[in-house]
Design a protein around this ligand. Structure first.
Ligand code: ADP
Ligand code: ZN
Length: 293
């Protein structure tokens, strides 16, 4: 059995899964203060004495560089209680089993890569477009990271000619997240994004921003698949708009798979992150090369 934690800003989802990465038990714990939240996490997993390993996908930014002193920490989050908090370290104190550690979106990417939308591929990108925007990439089975983990939501893109919105990112204002995540839509119109009609002009504009990002990711990484999740993708026509804008922006410069199979939604839905946590747990048991054939 494997344990998985999807650590989010509003809730921690904890789950236990079998050797096939199927969820056996699951619970959701509100993200309050670290001590209280951790106690509830321990209460859940203490009920399972036969866990071989655990995998954690966390909100961040987090320390993922094993050579860094902040490895295992949640670092510069706006959530003050959790800033510079050694989440992995605290959980390791309680469980002496291998524990894999990465970002929430890398975990979701791993889940989709192994058993979801990209299970037949050797590479993929996972992007969530929700309260924030974050993304992870896997190439030849390996999560792409170097000095730190990727921050695909904070890339610089150009404003749409019909959109003079200044953006809401506290660091960059009009980065991708500042212009296209849910709160940017709410700031523009004073209502929640899901309360705007399907024929509102904003959806094309959001799609244009996401498509710019996808063109950039495509040109830099040439993945076989891009998976788009998060609340904003629940907008009914969004995925089609993104494909259309992507096609216009890329202008056939490089070849990609057919866009209907290239830009897709997560096959695992809300379970992508937890499933990725199980796979991370499984991976933490050995050092083998995970590239597929
Ligand atoms: P989180 O990013 O916090 O995990 P979600 O992925 O559910 O949460 O994203 C929440 C965001 O998605 C909110 O900003 C919300 O307004 C927006 N959202 C939810 N449903 C829709 C919809 N149907 N169309 C557009 N935006 C939506
Ligand atoms: Zn930003």
């Amino acid at each position: 059995m494997f344990g998985a934690i999807e650590a989010g800003g509003t809730k921690f989802v904890c789950a236990v899964g079998d050797e096939k990465f199927q969820i056996v038990d699951k619970t959701s714990i509100p993200t309050t203060y670290p001590e209280g939240t951790l106690q509830k996490i321990f209460n859940f997993f203490d009920g399972y004495r036969n866990l071989k390993a655990m995998g954690i996908g966390s909100f961040g930014p987090i320390g993922t560089n094993k050579k860094s002193e902040t490895y295992g920490y949640i670092t510069s989050t706006p959530k003050k209680n959790w800033r510079n908090f050694n989440l992995l370290g605290e959980i390791k104190k309680h469980y002496s089993i291998p524990i894999g550690w990465t970002t929430d979106v890398n975990a979701a990417c791993l889940g989709e890569y192994q058993v979801g939308s990209a299970s037949a591929n050797n590479s993929c990108i996972y992007l969530t477009v929700g309260t924030g925007i974050g993304g992870g990439a896997i190439l030849d089975g390996k999560i792409v990271e170097g000095f730190g983990h990727t921050e695909m939501g904070h890339i610089i893109i150009r404003n749409h000619t019909d959109d003079d919105f200044e953006g809401v990112c506290p660091y960059h204002k009009n980065c991708l997240e500042g212009l296209a995540a849910g709160p940017s839509i709410e700031k523009r119109y004073g209502v929640k994004a899901q309360n705007l009609g399907a024929d509102h002009r904003i959806w094309r504009i959001i799609a244009y921003y996401l498509a710019q990002a996808l063109v950039n990711y495509t040109l830099i990484l040439r993945p076989e698949k891009i998976i788009l999740g998060g609340g904003v993708m629940d907008q009914p026509r969004m995925i089609d708009f993104v494909r259309e804008e992507f096609s216009l922006l890329l202008a056939n410069y490089v070849e990609t798979p057919d866009l209907v199979s290239y830009i897709v939604t997560p096959a695992l839905g809300n379970n992508a992150g937890i499933t990725g946590g199980f796979i991370l747990a499984h991976r933490s048991l050995s050092d083998i090369n995970f590239a597929k054939e």
